[in-house]
Design a protein around this ligand. Structure first.
Ligand code: 5AD
Length: 351
């Protein structure tokens, strides 16, 4: 049955829900290898050997939301909070661009009332005045007006997961907030012109296999340039602190299935959360359909306070070391680092 389904994948026929679920739940090692090889084949066929490498700056860990899994949510009263100053943010960005060659940067924070869209917009304008860089904002739901202001200022992408496509589960995990609004926000962003990076958590308590499949479909429907799916990892200072994370096989199977079900040219990220769950995540993920990485360029003393979940991979590594390791791995796998910035200026992927 597996070979028949994988042939269907290679012939680019649409899988039934049952077939997709069969792939998601593969356990046998030999069988899983075939799934990963098939996903890897599609990755190579449509995206060549380029691997997107973006930088992320986590400029504030203040957050007013109540996500029941998140270590920087209001649930966590023990976390030491920080905000980078506008100058620190711009300096960090400029260093990442000049010294390390980043051409695409994500500016991320919690939903921090001290960084309203207007302040972010000034910051982005100043940065864009100084350097040509592709900027993704990742500051939660800034609203339609906020999205417009930030686009005007020069932001061209948004990174925001919808977290789960199941509205009941969404409202359970985010009391008082609605999935519909979050999805609407992503749709408006797309209409304004933003590149979309979105996705969901894998293995949230209460998530069914069908939910995860719907998460993949919703990501495609939202026309994601890049799919960001990572495992739920319990944080002790949150209501879900005692829940179990998914196993690494499930995460890897999910990445391969995203490659199979999402549009041909979608980029797929190997997340830091997956690396935290499995030290081999990067290599395995990149060989099972994924083709993107994000490096943390936040200054180390702030980075260690951005505790979305405990023991984050690369928490303490210098940026130099992160880059060295990344390049080593990419060369070993025969991949070339690029980023969305390069691809957009060049019109297509470099092989
Ligand atoms: N485990 C894994 N990922 C998490 N996120 C938040 N909390 C956790 C957790 N405990 C993810 C969410 C959010 C992103 C910034 O971090 O998906 O969108």
């Amino acid at each position: 049955d597996l070979l028949r389904i994988l042939d269907k994948v290679l012939e680019e026929k649409t899988l039934s829900q049952k077939e997709a679920l069969f792939l998601l739940n593969l356990e046998d090692e030999k069988e899983r290898e075939l799934l990963y090889k098939t996903a890897n084949f599609l990755r190579r066929k449509y995206l060549g050997n380029s691997c997107c490498v973006h930088g992320i700056i986590e400029f504030s860990n203040f957050c007013s939301r109540n996500c029941s899994y998140c270590g920087i949510s209001i649930h966590n009263r023990k976390l030491k909070r920080y905000r980078m100053s506008d100058e620190e943010i711009i300096q960090t960005a400029i260093q990442a661009i000049d010294q390390y060659g980043f051409q695409a940067l994500v500016l991320q924070s919690g939903e921090d009332p001290c960084f309203p869209a207007k302040r972010l917009a000034e910051l982005i304008k100043e940065l864009k005045r100084q350097r040509p860089v592709l900027i993704f904002v990742s500051c939660g739901e800034v609203g339609e007006r906020g999205l417009e202001i930030l686009y005007q200022a020069g932001a061209r992408g948004i990174l925001m997961r919808f977290e789960t496509s199941n509205p009941v589960l969404y409202e359970k995990l985010h009391p008082g907030y609605s999935l519909e609004e979050r999805i609407q926000h992503l749709k408006i962003a797309y209409q304004i012109g933003y590149l979309i990076i979105t996705g969901a958590l894998i293995g949230l308590p209460g998530q069914s296999d069908e939910d995860l499949l719907n998460d993949i479909f919703l990501t495609s429907e939202l026309r994601a340039e890049m799919c960001s799916f990572g495992p739920f990892l319990p944080h002790p200072e949150t209501p879900l602190g005692h829940s179990r994370p998914p196993n690494k096989t499930r995460v890897l199977n999910a990445l391969a299935l995203i490659r199979i079900l999402a549009p041909k040219h979608s980029k797929i990220l190997v997340t830091t959360a997956f690396e935290t769950l499995d030290p081999l995540a990067r290599e395995n993920g990149l060989m099972a359909g994924a083709n993107s990485l994000m490096l943390n360029v936040t200054p180390a003393h702030f980075r260690k306070q951005y505790v979305i979940y405990p023991h984050r991979a690369h928490e303490k590594e210098s940026l130099e070391d992160q880059i060295k390791q990344t390049l080593q791995l990419l060369y070993k796998l025969g991949r070339a680092p690029t980023d969305l910035g390069t691809e957009i200026t060049n019109g297509e992927n470099k092989a």
